[in-house]
Design a protein. Structure first.
Length: 156
């Protein structure tokens, strides 16, 4: 049942994220899993120590063992699965946070680039009133390379 005991307030999680994120077994589920595993191991030990039992007893116990074994393997899978999933989710969360951080930095850099281009276009455009002295031979030809670059990268 997703969302039970999870308000969704922690770190922007939606209700039910803890169950989907491989939360460890707890409460009744943990007790049942451990009990079934202990029963299976106990039954295996009893069979090992009572190898001289009659064929009828063995056949009945093997039927019981098969049933308990299926449930025990499911319990072991649940215990191990949640443990492994928790590590995978932690790794993916770290990767997601790093990607979001890079995306924020790239968005900031893009915004700053647009602002810089707008400033260059405003101050270096013909007729903007800026009489800056050109120190290079390129600048004397009437073309401003910085203005051309800003216009090419950020066209109006």
């Amino acid at each position: 049942m997703p969302g039970i005991g999870n308000t969704g307030d922690e770190a922007g999680e939606e209700p039910g994220d803890a169950a989907a994120a491989g939360a460890p077994l707890a409460g009744t589920a943990l007790v049942v899993a451990v009990t079934v595993i202990a029963l299976w191991i106990g039954l295996l030990a009893w069979l090992a120590f009572n190898a001289d039992a009659s064929d009828v007893t063995w056949s009945r116990l093997l039927v019981v063992l098969g049933s308990v074994e299926a449930v025990a393997f499911a319990a072991i899978g649940a215990l191990l699965g949640t443990t492994m999933q928790r590590q995978r989710v932690a790794d993916l969360t770290a990767r997601t946070e790093a990607a979001e951080s890079r995306a924020d930095a790239n968005a900031t850099a893009a915004l700053n680039g647009h602002r810089l281009a707008a400033a260059v276009q405003a101050t270096r455009a013909p007729g903007s009133g800026s009489d800056t002295e050109q120190l290079s031979a390129e600048g004397r030809s009437g073309k401003d390379p910085l203005l051309e670059l800003a216009n090419r990268l950020f066209p109006d």
